[in-house]
Design a protein around this ligand. Structure first.
Ligand code: KIV
Length: 273
């Protein structure tokens, strides 16, 4: 294993905004445990997402719907222990924020006390009011538009979103409302590159983090197990198997960081819609 950059200071929102303003791409990977958090942090990833994708990757469910707050708090604690410098985003699981702004606040406080520095919630429209409520109370929020996996049953499967004009317009409107409500970061999942580019252009200060959303976003996120291809079956189009080129997990993660920062991943001709 190569040595971590011991000079790297813990990242904060101010620094992430500065990086975005200066045109430096922001890297994010998922982690659910202390060891992978340490590895990802040592390899220079800017942000760790304790994603509720752990429901599928760790727990073996077919969706993220069954993941509970207890699960998210446990995994956030594990990640926080392993991480040293990366910015930690914790997913609010299905059912932990939809009921009321107060429920969202209570769930966010639990995640922050477990070690998250920012919480992520899915969806647009009604979520803007919740985002405003949380950010006013000192909780940094990452929004999530496009394919929102907690709504997989309502969406009719894991499909590309915003393909038609009406869908793209709604997405842009929701993104702007969320930006105005105070969201500092926004995951854009599975949508045409052109739509993600418009969302970013509409909201230049927003740190958009794409996954299957092309190369115009401020940063990129992948599920760690996908980019190492230790998940079974065929990888989705937007994932690159970085293990094919690297001899070790750490090398693969370092290549991911270098290729996102260098604008080589994602490749519009290979990984975009
Ligand atoms: O839960 C997760 O890992 C996510 C990413 C796919 C963005 O939300």
């Amino acid at each position: 294993m190569s040595t971590p950059d011991v000079a790297r200071k813990p990242l904060n929102l101010h620094r992430l905004r500065e990086m975005h303003q200066q045109g430096e791409k922001i890297t994010m990977l998922t982690s659910y445990d202390a060891m992978s958090a340490r590895l990802v942090d040592d390899a220079g990833v800017d942000c760790i997402l304790v994603g509720d994708s752990l429901g599928m990757i760790v727990q073996g469910h077919t969706s993220t719907v069954p993941v509970s707050m207890t699960d998210m708090v446990y995994h956030t604690r594990c990640v926080a222990r392993g991480n040293r410098t990366a910015w930690v985003v914790g997913d609010l699981p299905f059912g932990s924020y939809q009921e009321s702004r107060e429920q969202a606040l209570r769930s966010s406080v639990e995640l922050m006390q477990a070690g998250a520095q920012m919480v992520k919630l899915e969806g647009g429209g009604w979520t803007a009011e919740t985002v405003h409520f949380l950010t006013e109370r000192g909780i940094p929020v990452c929004a999530h538009l496009g394919l929102t996996p907690q709504s997989v049953h309502a969406l009719g499967g894991y499909r590309i979103q915003g393909r038609d004009q009406a869908g793209a317009d709604t997405m842009r409107r929701h993104a702007t409302e969320l930006a105005q409500a105070g969201a500092a970061m926004m995951v854009l999942e599975l949508m045409p590159s052109a739509v993600a580019a418009l969302v970013q252009a509409d909201n230049p200060g927003m740190i958009t983090i794409g996954i299957g959303a092309g190369s115009s976003t401020a940063g990129q996120v992948l599920v760690l197990h996908d980019m190492l291809h230790i998940t079974r079956g065929k990888l989705p189009r937007f994932v690159r198997n970085f293990m094919l080129e690297g001899g070790s997990i750490e090398d693969a993660v370092r290549r991911y960081v270098a290729d996102v920062k260098g604008g080589r991943f994602p490749d519009e001709s290979l990984h975009a819609y």
